[in-house]
Write a protein that binds this ligand. Structure first.
Ligand code: SF4
Length: 393
């Protein structure tokens, strides 16, 4: 426990005067897509606002939702949840073929009690485990669940990430008669003619898998939460919601594997300088606590593991890409693995052309690079020459 407090104090010193950004399913999904990156792990654990940090150091992120899309998404979610989730109940009834006329609706985040995260999590656990399908619910002596089903809004879940407990708040959890919970995700990207953007669906599936895992851990049983989540999106170009089932079994396997691979946050902190700080706050006069140069230098003290996939998952991608330029790792995980021991593109070219001598660790990569260079040169030599001024014909 004392160790936990020490870790929290250290993370708080790194973040400085700013309030922490809470982890969510998207940040956990992104973290597990690049589990070897200490920079992201430390920044997320400390709750540093990476989007603002990227802006401050001159490399603003090029992804994320526009303000308009966020407003539209919130309006869509409100619409689906209006009147005790009447619209959602209709969708679930049709999709899951259930009689949910008398389903109970409970908003676990709406009491405005100002309770802390721990207390809200304990309260959510109590309510969910009392529901049918929970440890003390239907099928267990003393259960008091509603046989017509129940919807729980904003349950505060918890997941262990790199040895640190993080809190998560899914849009909703729906209960099914069969004794299993279904996670419901409400997204604002459209389903047009039965098809949605594959990349967005893939991201929603990973995020939903995070919630399924957290809910399974809360309830203490894997079979208490279905691997089929319900995705609710606008239909075609309207605001009419449509619900589809999404199987997240594969995402769950990958997620559990990647979470197990994450280095503990206290181990990562032990390797960092004691005075590391990434404070984005301002003093009383409105002057930034840390200048841009100091922030850039501090970022450079935490090891990154850039890969092209970072461009779609991490706010610091442009900063890390510039930092990694000229390194073989920047060409992707495949290249990094193929060229183990060959750190830079210049080194790789030297080995390919025989102008550099490989050490023992590089011998295999060097042989492959020489073969590739020879085949490439032969292929180029076999190609008909292109007349000056453009293509023939
Ligand atoms: S962009 Fe940088 S900090 Fe983010 S995951 Fe990639 S390497 Fe790590």
């Amino acid at each position: 426990m004392r160790h936990e407090g020490k870790t929290e104090a250290r993370l708080s010193r790194i973040r400085g005067s700013e309030p922490p950004r809470r982890h969510n399913a998207r940040t956990i999904a992104a973290l597990t897509s690049n589990p070897g990156c200490a920079r992201r792990a430390v920044l997320d654990a400390a709750g540093v606002d990476k989007e603002r940090l990227a802006e401050r150091v001159g490399f603003p992120a090029a992804f994320g939702q526009s303000r308009f899309a966020i407003v539209r998404g919130n309006a869509f979610e409100r619409q689906v949840k209006a009147d005790g989730c009447a619209e959602l109940l209709r969708l679930l009834r049709d999709l899951l073929a259930l009689d949910l006329r008398d389903a109970a609706y409970t908003d676990l985040g709406a009491d405005g009690s100002g309770e802390g995260l721990d207390a809200r999590h304990v309260a959510a656990r109590e309510r969910l485990t009392r529901a049918p399908g929970g440890e003390d619910g239907e099928g267990n002596p003393g259960g008091e669940g509603n046989p017509d089903g129940a919807l729980f809004d904003h349950p505060l879940l918890r997941l262990e990430v790199a040895g640190q407990a993080v809190y998560l708040e899914p849009d909703l959890v729906a209960f099914q008669h069969g004794g299993a919970f279904h996670v419901v995700e409400i997204k604002s990207f459209p389903v047009i003619d039965g098809q949605a953007d594959a990349e967005k669906v893939a991201a929603a599936a990973v995020q939903s898998a995070v919630y399924v895992l957290a809910l399974r851990r809360l309830l203490g049983r894997d079979d208490a939460v279905s691997h089929e989540v319900v995705l609710v999106c606008p239909k075609d170009f309207s605001n009419v919601p449509v619900a589809v089932r999404l199987d997240v079994r594969r995402q769950l396997i990958v997620l559990e594997h990647q979470l197990a691979r994450l280095t503990r946050i206290d181990t990562l902190l032990d390797a960092l300088p004691d005075d590391l700080a990434l404070d984005l706050g301002q003093d009383g006069a409105g002057t930034p606590v840390m200048a841009v140069d100091a922030l850039t230098a501090a970022l450079g003290r935490v090891t990154a593991r850039y890969a092209p996939g970072c461009l779609s998952t991490c706010e610091l991608a442009f900063f890390c890409r510039r930092e990694a330029s000229g390194r073989t790792a920047a060409l992707g995980i495949g290249v990094r693995e193929e060229l183990g021991g060959v750190e830079t593109v210049a080194e790789a070219l030297g080995l390919a052309h025989g102008t550099a001598t490989p050490d023992d660790d590089q011998a295999e990569s060097a042989a492959m690079l020489r073969t590739t260079a020879r085949v490439y040169a032969e292929a180029l030599g076999a190609m008909p020459e292109t007349p000056a001024g453009g293509a023939a014909g």
